[in-house]
Design a protein. Structure first.
Length: 342
């Protein structure tokens, strides 16, 4: 890494081919001063991409975390990368130790054909009739080609076995993937979370691509209250749905809105929660959010039952455009719950 004059640090490297990248450092609790921006060069020539800013959100979101890191970025097939860190103040100082760029090749496509969802597990809670909703089709981990050998720790379940809210995310990746490439994107996110950050598994409980296909994320059973690593301080009470892509300025498709609503309605219905209502969550750590609200460990906070990552953490996620659609998602989820039809 070399430093230029002024407020920017720049790193440049020629690399082996990769499709996803992230910037990581030694201490998962250490903050990264300044903003990380990256650009990549496509395989086969052509122009460099525009600079893309990476959030350094919940890098310590899993209790097994070994390194801190930014959100990963799906670049598509690329062979060169430049990374710069723009200082938050007058000078760029006190960068965390072990700062590096991690590059990921998702490997060959080993995913299987998406199959209809299997019957619900017998140990899943029985939803009250008034709040029941049909289970949508969810592509299994085998369906997107998860390499189970890299995630050897058993799943962890929320302490009281009850999901109280759904948190909506975007993965902050490029939107320029095809829906056929979605399994590759998920495999790359999985590898980054496990191999680079040291998490026990992919952080999100579920994912959705821009065509509206839903995918199982963290292992342990889609019908069960699996504890993810998606919203630090609130993982033990929520489930996380991440939309592949970035929605800072791109409006999510109707397919995405319908699928997220259907999944949220079904998952919340398992625990008798109203998708159009509010819920009280207990903060598992000191924190603050995108709207400059702060809280202390143990504080009781009220959230919409379906809310965005930025409501519970200081991040842009799920992007302005997806966040603006959360009222519509709540309304659609409530309709699914009321009618029993997706």
């Amino acid at each position: 890494m070399r430093f230029t004059h002024g407020r920017t640090a720049l790193f440049r490297a020629d690399t082996s081919p990769f499709s996803m990248l992230g910037v990581t450092w030694d201490d998962p609790t250490a903050p990264l001063p300044g903003a990380v921006e990256v650009r990549t060069h496509p395989i086969g020539g052509g122009a460099w991409t525009d600079w893309t800013r990476l959030d350094s959100g919940d890098s310590h979101g899993d209790d097994t975390a070994r390194r801190g890191g930014t959100d990963p970025l799906w670049a598509g097939p690329a062979d060169r990368v430049e990374v710069r860190i723009v200082a938050a103040g007058e000078a760029l100082t006190e960068l965390p130790d072990g700062l590096r760029v991690d590059l990921i090749d998702p490997g060959p496509d080993t995913s299987t054909r998406p199959l209809p969802a299997p019957p619900a597990m017998t140990d899943a809670p029985t939803p009250p009739a008034a709040l029941s909703a049909p289970r949508p089709v969810i592509v299994s981990r085998a369906g997107w080609g998860a390499d189970e050998s890299i995630s050897t720790e058993p799943p962890v379940y929320v302490p009281d076995g009850k999901i109280k809210a759904v948190v909506v995310h975007h993965t902050a990746d490029s939107n320029n993937y095809t829906c056929a490439q979605a399994p590759s994107v998920i495999r790359a996110v999985y590898a980054y979370h496990v191999k680079q950050l040291g998490w026990r598994d992919i952080g999100y409980n579920f994912l959705a691509d821009k065509c509206g296909t839903l995918y199982e994320g963290r292992k342990g059973g889609v019908d069960r209250a699996v504890m993810g690593a998606h919203t630090y301080g609130f993982n033990s009470q929520t489930t996380g749905i991440a939309v592949l892509g970035t929605h800072t300025s791109t409006t999510p498709t109707e397919s995405v809105l319908n699928s997220v609503a259907a999944l949220a309605a079904w998952k919340l219905g398992q625990y008798g929660a109203d998708p159009a209502g509010t819920t009280t969550l207990t903060a598992g750590a000191d924190g603050n959010n995108y709207f400059h609200k702060s809280w202390k460990l143990g504080d009781k906070l009220t959230f919409p039952t379906i809310h965005g990552h930025r409501d519970g953490h200081n991040t842009q996620c799920p992007g302005d455009e997806l966040y603006a659609q959360l009222p519509a998602i709540r309304t659609r989820a409530a309709t699914v719950t009321a009618t029993g039809r997706q």
